[in-house]
Write a protein that binds this ligand. Structure first.
Ligand code: PMP
Length: 573
């Protein structure tokens, strides 16, 4: 597909049309979480299947024809990757697990060796954790300090601050080409130029850029450029590190073992392989590399076509979605103005972002809520988290309309209506306990959910249960009662009666978490420590029909609640 055609493009992605309706209980899928990972086109899926079916063999080492074929395809992908970003040499393309591993390689194989006390590493305020934590680690190891480039009101790196932050002490500057939250194309050229003027090395995190803009590393002049295949229609678990050959030559290997060696002896020092193999210890992700090559072959012609239809269609979707969201009174964007790519972050006045994301999910609309692996950015913006809609050119205007209408419906209370009544049991006395003729809280919850079918109805019941949870006093919501590991803020306190039974009170900012808290507390309230320790919460959630529906972040939140209860009631406490 040389010239972009939206319908034909969408048809290339089987998951979008063949989602298993029966299993997922959603009648359609509106996938607006493309910044997390994109869907995969048939050409990528087939390339991996063909590899395993037709040429599966290890690369580089064997002397048989199958290995020669596998090696050829493997190395052809490297050529595609070199061409994709216009690297000067194929030796500059190192296969890694993804952007995260690529950054770790630079930090541990280079920065760790060259940094010393008082040196400075400059990163930007909107970085993904992948481009923060590896630098924090190496700073700790070497005594270097981290300096942060601030943002403008519209979410770009503030270049007016470059002279102040990037100084003679700066040894590394690492920043995202495009923020995964704000969707702004950062002025990386100016950042690189400034870094060069003080002799600092530069790493550009291109994880969110490569699916949207044509990248030329020689033109950018950066020392390192990193990205992952899975955000550009390729497989997960594979990505690359581009580095200037002169730097890669000097760097020590990241991992050691087979493939990365030239000679190994018990009597002489081991010598290392030449580039790029010096950084590719062990059997690589061969199918992943071949799939990565297929994704590049799929994407590159679209990105470079002079008609720019691919980029224009993306821009049209983004602009339309932005305008529609801007028209909703309660929507507040994180920064001013329209983003450069279809990554739109916002909060909704009076609603917790997790509640909105969970409600949208009941309509098959997949958006992201939370901190988006950019907790320092949320801290800067004084937010707990936000919603993020991220679009790809297989999305449609009709999907955006459906999303906007659904969102408006949710906000007008059509779906989370306060007047809705609970159908299966009378929840008025759900917290009354101790009368043996009455069913326990646990039994009531099980009865309620056993008569509730489908995720929509279960979600509704969770939201209604949330309303029955008494709110905690503000003074009780402190750092001691805070549940660590729950993405929405949640608090839990315990007390024990004379018989050794525990009671819990809890609260959360998010309605959906308040509902889950009612469900969890029903299982643990008024029980002794031993029963609490022995209760099988996974079986309970499975029985309620919730396990398969909870998103990973809600599932983790749930585990965090249970962990806190167990921590408070374990004998050592
Ligand atoms: N940087 C940015 C800007 C990202 O968006 C991501 C993924 N969300 C990463 C780095 C890390 O990528 P990966 O998890 O594929 O290593």
């Amino acid at each position: 597909m040389k010239s972009f055609d939206p319908c034909y493009f969408r048809e290339q992605f089987p998951l979008l049309s063949t989602i298993d309706k029966a299993a997922s209980e959603i009648s359609s899928l509106v996938y607006f979480d493309n910044a997390a990972t994109t869907q995969k086109p048939l050409t990528v899926i087939n390339s991996q299947q063909d590899f395993y079916q037709q040429i599966n063999a290890n690369v580089h080492r064997a002397s048989h024809q199958l290995s020669a074929k596998a090696t050829l395809q493997f190395e052809q992908s490297r050529q595609l990757a070199q061409n994709f970003i216009n690297a000067a040499s194929i030796k500059e393309i190192i296969w890694t697990k993804g952007a995260t591993e690529s950054i770790n390689i630079v930090c541990q194989s280079l920065a760790r060796d060259v940094l010393s006390k008082g040196d400075e590493i400059v990163i930007c305020a909107s970085e993904h954790h992948a481009n923060i934590v590896p630098w924090q680690q190496v700073a700790k190891q070497t005594g270097a300090n981290i300096q942060v480039l601030p943002l403008t009101d519209s979410g770009y790196i503030d270049i007016s601050q470059l002279d102040k932050v990037i100084t003679q002490n700066t040894k590394f500057v690492a920043c995202a080409h495009i923020s995964n939250v704000l969707g702004r194309i950062n002025p990386v050229e100016q950042v690189i130029e400034k870094a060069k003027s003080v002799g600092a090395l530069t790493l550009i995190d291109g994880a969110q850029a490569v699916a949207h803009i044509n990248v030329d590393v020689q033109q950018l002049g950066c020392d390192f450029y990193v990205f992952s295949a899975h955000k550009m229609y390729g497989p997960t678990g594979i990505g690359l590190l581009y580095g200037k050959q002169c730097l890669l030559e000097k760097m020590s290997p990241y991992q050691s073992g087979g493939e990365m060696i030239k000679t190994v002896s018990f009597n002489k020092p081991t010598t290392f392989n030449s580039l790029p193999f010096k950084f590719e210890a062990g059997t690589p992700n061969i199918a992943g590399v071949i799939g990565f090559g297929a994704s590049i072959a799929f994407l590159k012609p679209l990105l470079t076509n002079q008609d720019k239809k691919y980029q224009l269609f993306e821009a049209k979707l983004k602009h339309y979605c932005f305008l529609q969201l801007r028209d909703i009174e309660q929507v507040e964007f994180l920064v001013s103005g329209e983003p450069d790519i279809g990554v739109i972050a916002f909060t909704i006045k009076g609603h917790h972002n997790h509640d909105i994301a969970t409600a949208l999910d009941t309509y098959g609309i997949a958006v992201r809520s939370g901190h988006h692996c950019a907790m320092p950015l949320m801290e800067t913006l004084k937010l707990d988290g936000c919603l993020r809609v991220s679009l790809a050119p297989y999305n449609t205007i009709a999907e955006i309309d459906f999303f906007i209408n659904t969102l408006k419906g949710i906000l007008s209370g059509e779906t989370l209506d306060d007047n809705n009544t609970v159908n299966a049991v009378d929840l008025k006395d759900i917290h009354l306990e101790g009368n043996s003729s009455k069913p326990t809280e646990l039994a009531k919850i099980i009865t309620l959910f056993s008569s509730t079918k489908g995720w929509d109805s279960r979600h509704r019941e969770i939201m209604l249960l949330g309303k029955t949870l008494p709110r905690l006093e503000k003074t009780d919501r402190d750092e001691h009662s805070l549940i660590a590991g729950c993405e929405s803020k949640a608090w839990l306190k315990s007390s024990m009666d004379k018989q050794g039974n525990y009671s819990f009170v809890a609260d959360s900012d998010a309605k959906v978490i308040r509902g889950l808290l009612v469900i969890v507390l029903a299982a643990f309230n008024h029980k002794p420590a031993k029963e609490i320790a022995e209760f099988d919460v996974s079986a309970y959630f499975k029985q309620l029909g919730l396990l398969q529906h909870l998103s990973p972040s809600r599932g983790n939140g749930l585990l965090a609640i249970v962990d806190k209860i167990k921590e408070l009631t374990s004998p050592s406490e």
